[in-house]
Ligand binder design. Structure first.
Ligand code: SF4
Length: 168
């Protein structure tokens, strides 16, 4: 089984618990997208020896939902141009609830994204504030409802357990 992981290293703000690689400045977003596309092109022979097609594409981060949808589409188009995709491909995008709108979800769906990994982390606003998350619980609920409405129903959510605001 072959998969491609694309890391989008930008976030709206720094969550207090985070240990991932990201920048809260989007100044280099465009050059980064161009560099990712170039790297995809340079790696086009990577799976050739196995004569295999791609089963999964995963946009992780950072915050992939922060990208303008035309940038996400450009990256996907570049992958499609240089790799052979399985007919049953799963394309996942990590999304933060505060980035989600109906228009964005429709764009995701139309470019073939069929799974969302939603950064919910908690449904308790006090916890979200402690984490320095950019959204509140209501936004997470709305984002999940909207995704289902537009027909993306393969959704996972991240929840964080063990922060100091929780009891044992
Ligand atoms: S959105 Fe995700 S990657 Fe970005 S700072 Fe928060 S936890 Fe880290």
């Amino acid at each position: 089984m072959a998969g491609i992981y694309i890391h989008i290293p930008f976030c709206k703000q720094a969550c207090h618990y985070c240990n991932f690689h990201f920048s809260a400045s989007t100044k280099l977003l465009d050059p980064m997208v161009q560099a990712i596309c170039k790297e995809i092109e340079l790696q086009r022979d990577f799976f050739e020896a196995q004569n295999t097609s791609i089963d999964t594409i995963y946009f992780g981060g950072g915050t992939p939902s922060l990208l303008p949808t035309d940038a996400t589409a450009q990256i996907l188009a570049t992958i499609k141009k240089h790799f052979s995709l399985s007919g049953q491909i799963e394309i996942t995008l990590e999304a933060n609830p505060d980035d989600i709108s109906k228009e964005k979800l429709i764009a995701f769906k139309s470019m073939g994204i069929n799974r969302l990994s939603m950064g919910v982390q908690s449904f308790v606003d006090e916890d979200l504030i402690w984490m320095n998350r950019a959204h509140r619980s209501e936004a997470a609920i709305q984002a999940i409802k909207l995704a289902k409405e537009v027909g993306i129903d393969n959704i996972s959510i991240d929840l964080i357990y063990g922060i100091p605001t929780l009891t044992d």
